[in-house]
Design a protein around this ligand. Sequence first.
Ligand code: SAH
Length: 231
Amino acid sequence: MAIRAVNYPDYRVARERMVREQVFGKGIVDRRVLKALLQVPRHLFLGHKAGPEAYTDHALPIGFSQTMSQPYMVAYLSEQLALQGDEEVLEIGTGSGYQAAVLATLAKTVYTIERIPELAHRASSVFRELGLKHMFTKTADGACGWPEMAPFDRILLTAAASEVPQNLVIQLRDGGFLLGPVVRDDGGQEIVKLARRGESFTLERLKPCSFVPLVRLDRVPSSSDLNNANI
Ligand code: SAH
């Protein structure tokens, strides 16, 4: 998906350096992912006053005690999603919108859910400004997924859950998978991949990580939660 040029400083040089040193330099080799990170103007997702600090090797504050992930982590998750361009992807935790915009250049359609309305609105306006189409945003508890739009080929969690929400798992297309951080019993976090084949699921543990928590809005356990508490 093409990205519209904008009338602000572009920071292309800072972006090229970010990709060379922090992304390719740390082992991300998927050409489509590298191209996406070269294209998407990360600084715009921090507001119009943001400058080259957007391209440093850090997670960055976006207000409301939330953060935009480090460039390497955005690239790593994007590479692990193994997108070919024809997928429907659901992201939980829009935050700044940067990860969703990267996904929009890699997949057919991106649905992204954020629980904080101000962040969701801010991200949507940057998507519009960049001319990103086939992107849909809503303010809600992402742990419920987006049943009206399911099934999804990929579901990306970008906030850490203590267990993978059952509502999300059932919205995966057969052959699809969910990727994202979960909290381990020792309190640490790790990226897991939960793949669906028919009615069976396989869980792969990928690497340690550190994300803000997935916050449940109206946590009333459903009967299916109680029956499937340890997925
Ligand atoms: N993907 C983001 C970074 C995510 S930070 C980016 O590229 O900037 C995690 C985000 O998840 C935060 O914005 C937080 O508000 C949101 N979040 C936490 N719990 C949530 C929930 N239950 N539903 C939807 N969003 C949630």
